[in-house]
Ligand binder design. Structure first.
Ligand SMILES: [Zn+2]
Length: 610
């Protein structure tokens, strides 16, 4: 499945999104040194109630804005978002009054989460707060409107991100790829000065809440000291790095066969040749890397094209996966209120997303389905969000979220890993599953999508954490960026990139200020979840062939974790499902074991690393 960053309409996620306008500490005159545990409880009750109301307003405004795109719905949505973010900062600042009050652990966790759910804190100085808000929306705008105009005299011939994505994915002309890659990176140099100021101001806000800097604030939400979190990610990465290195070596050799000396025999892969603007997903160059004789022998795309299931039929199939695990069917309102097909009479945001409008029962998805294999998987993924949302609906409002921000995405992807040929046979879409000799092609496709992503998923925040802490100075922004891309991904820019550029800004999540390590977590966790659930389901085939479809036991264990929401530290949630409190990337190695054997064979004599 393509990396669709899907928004889940969650209270914390919503609060965390976007910029906060100038709000000062102090709030509504709550108690300070004389605060009692009863005061703290009362405060938190009020907050939970307020969050519940704000969240419904936010979700309703957001839903309408994305389903009926007009200037008015956008304006209403922006206004509500601002109110919600203002309230979030206010609550976080007020919560600091209760830091020294002794309260039960559960209440302490709730109070702490008010601070930890923030992505950016505006400084109390109203002028600085306003400046920060302006900078963030300006950077957002620069990215959103970003276009490459090869000929400034012909503004109609500019390329937007969709055009550029398409060229990077499909062109095999090196010069064209290089021009296009460089073209997209022209959108970000104007952000450079803003970004440096943004770092200063957002750090100031974070320090007012007691964090060392914004990066430390981001790392503090993982139930461990901030520095342990970065070490933990590196530990997990080291587990899977040998597999990445072999994949990298094999792909480099294939690219060298295609493009010649422009691809070094031993050095880093030029970043413009991997089928994606950021070289974060290599599945578009599958045809260059395809193993011989690994055609899976069937095409879900062709099957769906022939059968032409309606969009509702496809969603029903997805729902059946979850009910087969023992989950209750989706409510009537889901079917009445969701959007399944692109409407003909209005503009909508078709990017797939899952929603939980009232944080209780009003779950929905918003997708524009066509009968394709990708959309079939997307359905299973999106419904994962909805079933997670329903599972934790009895928690206090602040706990109605996933155990950490990697878990929500990981659940949808975990279920998508169960969309195997055997599963397709069980639901009657395929007559017979291909034998294991055909698996290398499927595994290669998946590795090009998921294994290739891991180092990228890690390095974005490695760069930002160092930028926020001051270890990377503004005058070294671009050098440090490419140092990290070389270190983790083994890729290099096609042409020298000095400090006149600002290449990190050409990735959405940097100007948009969205933390990124969650995507790395999700990628690791989904395989760990899949392995644990497959074992519970009694699967004895190789891991990549396991599907937990129809396993009530697996469903029960899954639900045990989902229903905890954010109420307990994430290692406990992980334990509830997997029996282990530690993240473990060895599940990825298990999953790709046949591909690893194949790669061992096919990288013999090739240099590994760069
Ligand atoms: Zn998702």
């Amino acid at each position: 499945m393509k990396r669709v960053a899907v928004c889940t309409a969650l209270v914390v996620a919503v609060i965390a999104a976007g910029a906060c306008s100038g709000t000062t500490g102090g709030g509504s005159g709550g108690p300070t040194s004389t605060a009692t545990p009863a005061d703290a409880k009362k405060f938190m009750d009020t907050v939970n109630e307020a969050l519940g109301k704000l969240d419904i307003e936010q979700n309703q405004a957001g839903w309408i804005a994305e389903n009926f795109i007009t200037d008015d719905t956008e304006a209403i949505n922006a206004k509500v978002t601002q109110e919600v973010t203002d309230a979030a900062v206010r609550f976080a600042k007020e919560s600091t009054k209760y830091e020294k009050v002794e309260v039960p652990a559960d209440l302490r966790r709730q109070l702490n989460l008010l601070k930890l759910s923030l992505v950016m804190v505006t400084p109390s100085d109203p002028k600085e707060a306003e400046e920060l808000t302006q900078i963030t929306s300006r950077m957002d705008g620069m990215y959103g409107k970003g276009k490459w105009c090869p000929d400034p005299a012909k503004p109609d011939a500019c390329h937007n991100i969709d055009d550029i994505t398409k060229t990077l994915a499909s062109s095999r002309n090196e010069a064209e790829l290089r021009r296009t890659w460089e073209g997209w990176h022209t959108i970000s140099p104007p952000m450079r000065k803003d970004y440096a100021r943004f770092v200063e101001l957002s750090n100031k806000g974070a320090r007012e809440l007691g964090f060392a800097d914004t990066g430390a604030m981001w790392r503090s939400k993982y139930d461990m000291p901030p520095d342990d979190y970065s070490k933990e990610l590196d530990r997990v990465w080291d587990q899977v790095r040998p597999l990445y290195l072999e994949l990298h070596a094999y792909v480099r050799s294939r690219l060298r066969a295609k493009y010649g000396d422009i691809v070094p025999e031993k050095g880093p892969i030029p970043a413009h040749l991997l089928g994606n603007i950021w070289a974060q997903d290599w599945s578009n160059i599958y045809n260059l890397a395809a193993p011989e004789g690994a055609d899976p022998g069937y095409s879900l795309d062709d099957i769906l094209k022939k059968r032409q299931p309606s969009a509702t039929d496809m969603v029903r199939m997805g729902e059946r996966f979850y009910t087969s695990l023992g989950f209750d069917p989706l409510p009537k309102t889901f079917w009445e209120r969701s959007l399944f097909v692109r409407p003909r009479d209005r503009e909508v945001v078709c990017h797939a997303s899952a929603w939980d409008i009232d944080m209780e029962a009003d779950v929905r998805i918003k997708v524009c389905l066509t009968p394709t294999a990708e959309d079939f998987t997307t359905i299973h993924h999106e419904l994962g969000h909805n079933f997670y949302q329903r599972a934790y609906k009895s928690q206090p409002m602040i706990f109605r979220d996933s155990a950490n921000d990697g878990f929500h995405e990981a659940i949808g992807d975990t279920i998508a890993l169960s969309v195997t040929p055997e599963y397709l046979v069980k639901i009657g879409l395929l007559d017979k599953a291909p034998d294991a000799s055909r698996d290398i092609g499927l595994l290669m496709t998946r590795a090009l999508e998921k294994v290739s992503f891991l180092p990228f998923g890690l390095l974005i925040d490695q760069w930002r954490w160092k930028v926020f802490s001051g270890e990377i100075k503004p005058e070294d922004y671009n050098k440090a960026w490419w140092d990290l891309r070389l270190k983790y991904q083994g890729v290099a820019p096609p042409t020298p990139r000095g400090e006149e550029f600002f290449d990190p800004g050409a990735k959405y999540h940097v100007p948009d200020n969205t933390p990124y390590s969650r995507y790395f977590l999700a990628e690791i966790l989904q395989f760990q979840f899949h392995r644990a659930l497959s074992k519970i389901a009694g699967c004895t085939t190789p891991l990549h062939r396991c599907s937990i479809y129809e396993s009530k036991e697996a469903g029960q264990r899954l639900n045990a974790m989902l229903s905890m929401g954010l109420s307990r530290p994430w290692p406990e949630a992980l334990e509830a499902l997997t029996g282990s409190r530690q993240m473990d990337a060895s599940a990825i190695l298990d999953y790709f074991a046949p591909l690893k054997t194949w790669l061992d064979e096919h990288t013999k004599g090739l240099p590994i690393g760069w």
